[in-house]
Design a protein around this ligand. Structure first.
Ligand SMILES: NC(=O)C1=CN([C@@H]2O[C@H](COP(=O)(O)OP(=O)(O)OC[C@H]3O[C@@H](n4cnc5c(N)ncnc54)[C@H](OP(=O)(O)O)[C@@H]3O)[C@@H](O)[C@H]2O)C=CC1
Ligand SMILES: O=C(CO)[C@H](O)[C@H](O)COP(=O)(O)O
Length: 471
């Protein structure tokens, strides 16, 4: 039996589907998982799959040189454990690829440790979930460019395509691939929270049922809001429970779980001092959702969930348009915050990330793919140094011409009036309002800091730093 082009360790949701995708494209694959039944099942599903390996040694020997080994195991210590197990069998020039959601600092450390042994370590951000892995994911590559060249033909073949262009590219040195994927997930958190809040408003304030909301969202997903997350939301809103007569949504606990990438994005944004309040709000709202007992106890103090009811006549169809525009602008702001973080990180960590390429690989296959990413790509094509998407003349014009800001403000006013939690929308509004403020009260903060801590301040009329003797 010939040697395999690539080996995959971890044949769960992602590894299994990616293996099948790779096989479909004519590349040979060996698979390994600590759960042997997964290896056997995959071999049964695809006769071309080279398995079943009951030991790392046999698995390694089934691979052609340089050995290319892709991991899809849980992020964290398991990745280190897998590397430890492989090390005795690796040779100079071998290439390890971590396709999981690893923390970028871990990837940097692994790259340094393995470089001493002349082993390449690629951090590959992977998006698209189960179906993306099977039919075409979006792939964000970081690490040694030469090592990427060994994988390029395979990754271009298996990735999603948009107008013939593969949704895979080299993002930059070091952990750039995992960094871009982390920010992708931060944006994913933001958009999911916004869609959730929009649904909540439509349901609890406009008093629309799920059928009507799903029809509305379906219509929107054929317009400016065309995106994967809108599409799946339409399906979710229509899904019936197989254990009762009800909708599945009505049977599901209102606690949003998380594996950490959204919080990492927020922590990074704080660390690099890049404002990303919608992503912060999305993480906070997931955290708040998990405080079930506290929420229940506090809710006892109020007769109804909403502070006041607004008569239904207030909300005729034209208001639905306001809601759509508010969501659209807030989603634009979420992308703006993510790209702004990438722009800063690229400089700080010397990744040299090409933001146009990021938009290109996110247009297809990934969870945050949307029609709007074409405009984002255009913005970075026109100005690769653009520091914030809101400054792009075309995006600015669209916001102005459609009066998106007016709609967002109107939506937020109603949400506040009735007491509906809309933290992500309110964060989007504050973000824009702060950005369009030539003057902020930060002069007062400068003086407060100087007052209590002698931290000094800058003046608008004189160069240098100043301190006032306050008492
Ligand atoms: N699911 C998704 O939509 C996406 C996931 N990711 C990331 O991809 C990675 C994998 O995710 P996913 O496929 O969902 O996870 P799964 O849990 O479905 O699969 C992981 C597999 O790795 C196996 N495994 C665990 N430890 C070892 C080990 N030491 N040696 C060999 N195999 C091992 C697990 O076996 P066992 O179950 O017996 O522990 C399991 O079969 C994660 O980092 C995840 O965050 C990235 C993008 C999307
Ligand atoms: O990477 C992904 C999608 O892009 C994974 O599905 C990830 O698990 C999503 O994050 P979380 O589990 O925290 O919601």
């Amino acid at each position: 039996m010939g040697k395999s082009f690539i080996g995959i360790i971890g044949l769960g949701v992602m590894g299994r589907n990616l293996a099948l995708n790779i096989l479909d494209h004519g590349f040979t694959v060996s698979g390994l998982d600590k759960d042997l039944s997964k290896v056997v099942a995959l071999k049964e599903e695809s006769k071309e799959m080279a398995s079943s390996f009951d030991s790392v040694e046999n698995f390694i020997h089934s691979l052609e040189k340089p050995k290319k080994i892709l991991f899809f195991v849980p992020a964290g210590h398991v990745v280190d454990q897998v590397i430890e197990e492989l090390l005795p069998f690796l040779e100079s020039g071998d290439i390890l690829i971590d396709g999981g959601n690893s923390f970028f600092r871990d990837t940097e450390r692994r790259q340094k440790e393995l470089k001493n042994r002349n082993i390449f370590f690629i951090g590959m951000g992977t998006s698209g979930g189960e179906s993306g892995a099977r039919h075409g994911p979006s792939l964000m590559i970081g690490g040694d460019k030469e090592a990427y060249e060994h994988l390029r033909s395979l990754l271009e073949a298996i990735s999603a395509k948009v107008e013939g262009e593969p949704c895979v590219d080299y993002m930059g040195r070091g952990a750039a691939g995992h960094y871009v994927k982390m920010v992708h997930n931060g944006i994913e958190y933001g958009i999911m929270e916004l869609i959730g809040e929009c649904y909540d408003f439509a349901h609890r304030v406009l008093k629309l049922d799920e059928k009507k909301i799903s029809d509305l969202f379906e219509q929107w997903s054929k317009e400016e809001l065309a995106s994967y997350l809108m599409e799946i939301t339409v399906h979710i809103l229509r899904k019936r429970d197989d254990k009762s007569n009800d909708l599945l949504l009505n049977k599901v606990l209102d606690v949003a779980r998380q594996l950490g990438t959204g919080a990492w994005t927020s922590e990074e944004a704080f660390s690099l001092q890049v404002p990303a309040p919608i992503i912060d709000a999305a993480v906070t709202m997931r955290n708040l959702s998990s405080r079930v007992e506290e929420r229940k106890a506090y809710a006892q103090h109020f007769k109804s969930g909403l502070v006041s009811d607004i008569s239904e006549e207030t909300f005729s169809s034209p208001f639905y348009e306001e809601l759509k525009k508010a969501l659209f602008l807030s989603i634009i702001c979420t992308y703006a915050q993510g790209f702004s973080l990438l722009s800063e990180a690229s400089k700080r960590y010397d990744y040299s990330i090409d933001l146009e390429k990021v938009a290109k690989v996110w247009r297809g296959g990934c969870i945050i793919r949307s029609q709007f990413l074409e405009k984002i790509r255009g913005a970075f094509q026109a100005n690769p140094q653009l520091s914030n998407l809101l400054l792009d003349p075309n995006i600015f014009r669209e916001i102005e011409e459609k009066n998106l800001l007016g709609s967002l403000r109107n939506f937020c006013l109603y949400a506040i009036k009735v007491g509906l939690p809309a933290y992500a929308f309110l964060s989007a509004l504050s973000y824009i309002d702060a950005f369009r403020s030539e003057k902020l009260p930060a002069n007062l903060i400068q003086l407060q800091r100087d007052y209590f801590g002698s931290h000094t301040y800058e003046r608008i009329d004189l160069e240098g730093t100043f301190h006032t003797i306050w008492e």
